[in-house]
Ligand binder design. Structure first.
Ligand code: GLC
Length: 824
């Protein structure tokens, strides 16, 4: 730990505030100093092609491709935190003359041996985790990561003898495997263990490898655990490793009390891979280093050669430097410096990393989204929003995902709710479980309009609009029934909504809109979808105007005005907008309701669509948010929570009041309220809402919140629940993309438009100034915003490279670095 980090930690610990860790922005890490966090805190590594997450006590959940169908390690998040999960390592230490019976045995990760440590640091970095722990005289430095584009999880273990006595040190890294079919692992205790195979493989040179696979995968998918030194012995079977018919435990495996592991192979059972790596006698001050790898190869014949890569520290260092380079570039696209440290830390490091993560894993794999079953895959709505959080940094990868999304759009313009990104098989989701409900989600297809337009504005790649992409439906020969340009896809998306309206001329709800859990009987209408449609139409109008397509611009402007009229004339409840009309035309989200009177999204989105942005109703609606829904820990989705199951309303009433969609602080819509406040010009309110949900700002009160302070959770229990403040479902949430967009595009106000980079901040009045370095379309913009007038919003002058501009849009430069001076 650096001097400043240490000083900070000691001060905070003394104050009794900082219990589990601290932010180390200079090293782009969060450092966990107490492993007994309230729940596991994780970090992602690799990609969906090969990757998963590591927990802060060494456990790993790894998959190659589909987490449902090609799972590698067995990680059961529902087990207690102290339990073994997926991977760990043990160390056996002896002084001269000691036997293994009296050796010290512990895990350098703390779990699962739970032997007290002298110091513990888990450095949560940019797609790597590093542990620096101290047990007596031994210091461990363990680095785990997956090289960029790689298919191997590397762990580099360095052990240093910090004491004065010579110590004999052995390392026992262990992996426990899952059956490739993750759900079968949990549901079939006959077939699964009969198929599992695990055995040593002959390798070249001074290396070791164990291959593990299900019998039927022998020629195709073989997991390999390798080491860069010759193992003294190995184990493949959990029963033998734990010993005493598994009355030995992960905490104290009995096999570690013998000189050697069994060196037997496992032709069935609960497969593991463990090596005994003899690091020899470590003299005082000396360090020993070993490298392990967990990978998957295509067939047993390729297993041995897996051990030939990453055998040297230099090779590992190079791969790690490559990974760092990727993150240097990624994080350099938008770099901010404002007067608020927690805001800077989130925007420069943790929020962009989370956006990369949600873009990569959608809702596939976390401690909460378990990736079982092969049907869920990628959510159309979720990924269309997630992708907007990464377009500035990785436009090519974003484009690839956008194309996939467009290819599961239906010929009728609606879209399939979810799809498997590997098989590209799509489905209509939960709606299929209800015969009496519609099978479309009214919002899905509209999100892609926003995503494509964000992509165009960022990149200027207008040729993409002409690209031919098939619609989803296919004939018997699997040939698409229809193909259309991207532009055609977008037009069909709004056409679908245009032609599916109910009695108030508002969009039909379908099975659900953004709120998956309100599933009203057929005929209900959605104000959310009405507003999202408004935003999508505005995008299409702007695009048509930019491309001089007058007729198209007029057509969509007319549709926009019509919907605006429907919303303003039918949905105003006096103090706020209603959220739905049910099948009988009765409002849901009205003062006339006993429960669910006020809903956040109906208010914020009426501003986001622009329908109520210039109308006093927009301000009044957002004031009602402040009055009825805002708490000091975030804004609630609705109020009051339903108090009992009601089949007519659906899933929302399965939760107790204050939880999740039933009046909980659902975080994903919070940034929409932030954006709405910036549109209305209240930068102080926008920033207050931001701070209240900023996990970094919760670091000193984390026992209540429980989740990682370095990423957003999906929900926090609200003040209608006795555990007000408890966060859950961290990482894979639309909160990430939208808080990132809310803060970069709306609070700091740097927003790519078709014509140029708009600079339209809406900040706390107290801020004197801020700077943003923004890369866009090949040029670098060094933006300095001066706010000596202490305003929230309103740009007085903009100078680009010293030349004054007429408005607040900086025309795009083709290259070079440009200084943009802005005065508010
Ligand atoms: C979950 C779903 C998302 C939905 C939200 C609200 O986050 O993944 O699609 O919009 O819940 O119901």
């Amino acid at each position: 730990m650096t001097g400043i980090g240490l000083l900070y930690q000691l001060t905070k610990q003394k104050e009794g505030k900082m219990k589990y860790g601290y932010f180390d922005d200079a090293n782009r890490e969060y450092v966990i100093t107490n492993p007994k966090t309230p729940v596991k805190w994780i970090n992602y590594v690799g990609t969906l092609q090969f990757g998963g997450f590591l927990d802060h006590t060494g456990g790993s959940q790894l998959c190659k491709g589909d987490p449902a169908l090609n799972r590698i390690t067995k990680y059961i998040p529902q087990l207690p935190c102290s339990d073994f999960k997926g991977e760990t390592a043990y160390v056996r230490v002896r002084e001269k003359g000691q036997t293994c019976k009296d050796a010290a045995i512990f895990s350098p990760y703390f779990v699962p041996s739970l032997v007290p440590y002298d110091s513990f640091e888990c450095h949560v970095g940019m797609y790597y985790t590093r542990w620096v722990t101290r047990y007596g005289d031994l210091e461990f430095d363990i680095l785990a990561f997956i090289p960029r584009g790689g298919t191997t999880l590397i762990r580099r273990y360095s052990v240093t003898n910090k004491g004065k006595k010579d110590l004999h040190v052995e390392l026992f890294p262990v992996v426990e495997y899952s059956h490739f079919d993750a759900l079968k692992q949990l549901t079939n205790a006959d077939w699964v263990p009969q198929t599992m195979q695990c055995h040593a493989v002959e390798t070249r040179g001074n290396t070791g490898a164990i291959a593990e696979y299900a019998f039927m995968k022998k020629e195709t998918e073989v997991n390999v655990f390798c080491t860069n030194i010759k193992p003294a012995s190995y184990e493949t079977d959990r029963k033998r490793f734990l010993g005493d018919n598994e009355y030995g435990t992960w905490r104290e495996p009995l096999s570690l009390r013998s000189e050697k592991l069994s060196c037997k192979d496992a032709m069935r059972g609960d497969t593991i891979s463990a090596f005994q790596l003899d690091l020899g006698t470590l003299e005082a001050g000396k360090t020993a280093t070993v490298i392990t790898q967990l990978t998957q190869v295509q067939g047993l014949a390729k297993a041995a050669s897996a051990a030939e890569k990453y055998t040297t520290v230099a090779e590992v260092d190079k791969a790690f430097a490559d990974l760092k380079k990727f993150w240097d570039e990624y994080l350099s696209v938008i770099a901010v410096h404002t007067p608020d440290a927690a805001f800077n830390s989130m925007l420069n490091l943790h929020n962009p990393r989370q956006c990369y993560t949600t873009k990569t894993w959608s809702r596939y794999l976390s401690l909460y989204q378990l990736g079982y079953g092969s049907d869920r895959g990628i959510g159309f709505r979720d990924s269309s929003q997630d992708v907007m959080g990464v377009i500035p940094q990785i436009p090519d990868e974003a484009l690839e995902l956008i194309e996939k999304l467009l290819s599961v759009q239906s010929c009728d313009g609606s879209s399939y709710h979810q799809f498997n990104p590997l098989s590209m098989i799509a489905g209509r989701g939960d709606s299929m479980e209800y015969e009496d409900r519609p099978h479309f989600y009214s919002d899905d297809q509209l999100w892609i309009v926003l995503a494509v337009c964000a992509y165009l504005k960022e990149t200027g790649d207008y040729a993409f609009l002409e690209k031919q992409i098939p619609f989803y439906e296919k004939d018997k020969a699997e040939k698409p029934l229809e193909t259309g340009t991207v532009y055609e896809h977008l037009m069909r998306a709004v056409d679908f909504t245009h032609s599916h309206v109910g009695s108030h001329k508002l969009p039909l709800l379908g099975f659900a809109d953004w709120n998956d859990t309100v599933n009203l009987p057929e005929g209900a209408e959605s104000l959310f979808t009405a507003n999202l449609y408004g935003w999508a139409l505005r995008e299409l109008v702007e695009l048509a105007v930019f491309r001089s397509q007058k007729d198209l611009a007029e057509k969509y402007q007319k549709w926009y005005e019509e919907m605006k009229n429907s919303v303003l004339s039918s949905a105003w409840d006096g103090e706020w907008f209603v959220r739905y009309f049910d099948d009988k035309g009765k409002p849901v989200g009205s003062k006339s309701n006993e429960y669910g009177k006020v809903w956040l999204n109906a208010q914020s989105w009426a501003v986001l669509s622009g329908f109520a942005a210039d109308d006093s109703k927009g301000r009044t609606a957002m004031d009602s948010v402040k009055k009825y829904l805002a708490t000091e820990k975030g804004i609630k989705l609705s109020w009051p929570g339903y108090n009992g199951y009601d089949r007519e309303k659906g899933g929302v009433t399965t939760y107790p009041p204050g939880a999740k969609e039933n009046g909980g602080i659902f975080l994903h819509p919070n940034p929409w309220a932030i954006i709405a406040e910036t549109v209305l010009g209240d930068g102080d309110q926008a920033f207050l809402y931001y701070q209240r949900i900023n996990p970094a700002a919760k670091n000193e009160n984390i026992d209540e919140y429980e989740c990682e302070p370095y990423c957003y959770a999906q929900n926090i229990l609200s003040n209608e629940h006795p555990q007000f403040g408890l966060g859950r479902n961290s990482w894979l949430s639309g909160t990430s993309s939208w808080t990132y967009q809310a803060s970069t595009k709306y609070i700091l106000g740097i927003r790519p438009e078709h014509e140029g980079l708009r600079i339209d901040p809406c900040i706390p009045k107290a801020w004197d100034s801020f700077t943003v370095e923004r890369k866009c379309r090949g040029a670098v913009y060094k933006i300095h915003v001066q706010n000596s007038a202490h305003k929230s919003k309103g740009v007085t002058s903009v100078c680009a490279d010293g030349k004054p501009l007429a408005g607040n849009i900086v025309p795009y430069f083709a290259s070079g670095t440009h200084t943009i001076e802005v005065v508010m």
